[in-house]
Design a protein around this ligand. Structure first.
Ligand code: CS2
Length: 504
């Protein structure tokens, strides 16, 4: 029976395995993280551990919170919160490399379905100073850029929030949304006047800090309770919401990855995450109180995150989605395979050069052409095994952030964004192919999209999907030049599917 990774087996791991940079047994909780997926474990948790080591601190342990499923809590609890990061890259000669380190920064892991009270108490504790979030684009429950107050989960959290503000008594009903958990925790903190807090959003969303601050304010002011405005005021003056740009390619962990890690460590690790060597974190230097010394772990603090965000979201995430849709339709299983296809490499390079870079102001010290090359080189790393289908998820949430902003800016500059149109068309052809069951459409708007694809009345695929208002803002959908460009690209990509009769 193979032993499991935990505090007992930690000291017996082979020397090749890097131990936690700070002894987990010494670490005390000082922050909460909402959405403890693989990305958090391979990114912010690593920076936080390295920051503690660099600053000689032990007070930034993380109370991590799962989302809908208790799975990660069940994986990590028997491991005392320990897990491995398997970093897979290529050496100078192109040969695959793999290194393993164990992270000990996660000190508590909770599932809201059973432990909402514990999480809210952590958020309200004077010893907790930061909250980080990775709940994906759809996790913020927005509709038309605002909080979706018609969402059942948001309404349930609003009811619990209102009850606690009315009675002043802790209302620990299971949180149903991350935004609800956050707002209820900040409200409880306000009621106890427990000191300033910094909320650091780590999701791929434009101006993400301001966006989240707005959503929290909407939920607090929607509360039906006499103290709602007072509490919203306390949050305005005691809580900071800096924006960030986060970057590290973290594929889903596979059985092969677990076997490879076990061969290195000799123990079972159900919490293992896999990542590329590259990592970056740019954080707006706006904190309300104490925080980990993330800059001593390699993070960049800046007054203006926007140029970094725009470059990353439009160049990296935009081309990632483009390759995912184009690649999946052409049968490429991984992003590395897709970028290795000369047709797709030419398409994505033209997309970046012709349409994206002209819309960007380069962040200080960044050459956008060199950044393009480094991104494409990272995509070509076969060692991670990042799949086109994983990146293809949630297109309805990702397209506005990754592609449509570029199109709007190009049109505003008097240019027709043909390359963005081709990227959008690749998503449309992908959605169309899922209607046949060839590919999987994992998207919160899946039903709406497949209904649009299935429609026949008088218009082609491009028009039917451009009419999905939840994705395409009117300024784009009503732009004749953009619509014509997308139609043309859909026809071209469908013609590429040699021998299959497709809808025009
Ligand atoms: C990817 C991102 O799955 C996706 O949507 O584009 O997770 C991407 O790998 C990261 O943003 C890289 O930092």
């Amino acid at each position: 029976m193979t032993a499991r990774l935990n505090l007992t087996t930690l000291d017996r791991l082979p020397a090749a395995v890097a131990r936690p940079a700070v002894d987990p047994r010494e670490v005390r909780v000082g922050g909460v993280h909402l959405g403890v997926g693989a990305f958090h474990r391979a990114h912010q948790a690593v920076y936080t551990e390295d920051a503690m080591a660099a600053a000689g601190e032990t007070t930034w342990g993380i109370h991590a919170v799962t989302q809908r499923s208790p799975r990660v809590a069940e994986q990590l609890a028997p491991q005392d919160g320990l897990y491995g990061v398997l970093t897979k890259g290529l050496d100078g000669g192109g040969a695959p490399t793999a290194s393993m380190r164990v992270i000990g920064a996660l000190r508590e892991v909770s599932f809201p379905g059973e432990q909402t009270g514990a999480v809210l108490d952590r958020l309200a504790a004077p010893t907790t100073h930061v909250v980080t979030l990775t709940v994906t684009e759809k996790g913020y429950r927005r509709a038309g850029g605002r909080l979706d107050l018609a969402d059942d989960d948001v309404r349930a959290d609003l009811a619990a929030l209102s009850a606690e503000l009315r009675t002043g008594r802790a209302e620990d009903a299971a949180a149903r949304s991350a935004i609800g958990m956050l707002a209820r925790g900040l409200a409880r903190r306000a009621l106890h006047d427990a000191g300033p807090m910094t909320v650091v959003i780590c999701d791929n969303i434009v101006h993400n800090g301001a966006m989240l601050e707005g959503l929290v304010a909407e939920l607090l002011t929607a509360a039906e309770a006499p103290r709602a405005e007072e509490v919203a005021g306390w949050v305005r003056t005691h809580v900071a919401f800096p924006s960030t740009m986060v970057d590290r390619i973290v594929p889903a962990t596979t059985a092969e990855h677990r076997a490879e890690a076990q061969a290195i460590t000799g123990v079972e690790d159900h919490g293992l995450v896999v990542a590329e060597p590259f990592t970056q974190w740019v954080i707006e230097d706006r904190f309300a109180g104490p925080r980990p010394a993330w800059e001593r772990a390699g993070a960049t603090l800046t007054d203006d995150v926007a140029p970094f965000e725009d470059a990353k979201l439009r160049i990296l995430n935009g081309s990632h989605s483009y390759l995912a849709y184009r690649g999946a339709v052409l049968g490429h299983r991984t992003i590395a395979e897709a970028v290795g296809d000369p047709r797709l490499l030419a398409d994505v390079t033209a997309f970046i050069d012709d349409d994206v870079i002209p819309t960007l102001a380069a962040p200080p010290g960044l050459d956008l052409a060199a950044y393009r090359d480094s991104v494409l080189e990272r995509f070509a790393n076969p060692a991670t095994g990042h799949t086109t289908i994983q990146v293809a998820m949630d297109g309805s949430q990702k397209l506005p952030v990754r592609l449509l902003g570029t199109a709007t800016d190009r049109l505003a500059g008097g240019a027709v964004p043909h390359q963005v149109a081709r990227a959008v068309a690749s998503w449309m052809v992908f959605v169309d192919r899922t209607a046949d069951g060839d590919l999987v459409l994992d998207d919160p708007l899946a039903g709406r999209l497949q209904a649009a694809v299935g429609g026949t009345a008088g218009s082609g695929l491009a028009d039917r999907l451009l009419d999905v208002g939840e994705i395409f803002p009117a300024d784009l959908a009503d732009d004749d030049a953009f619509r014509a460009a997308v139609r043309e690209q859909v026809a071209d990509l469908q013609a590429e599917r040699v021998g299959s009769a497709r809808r025009p």
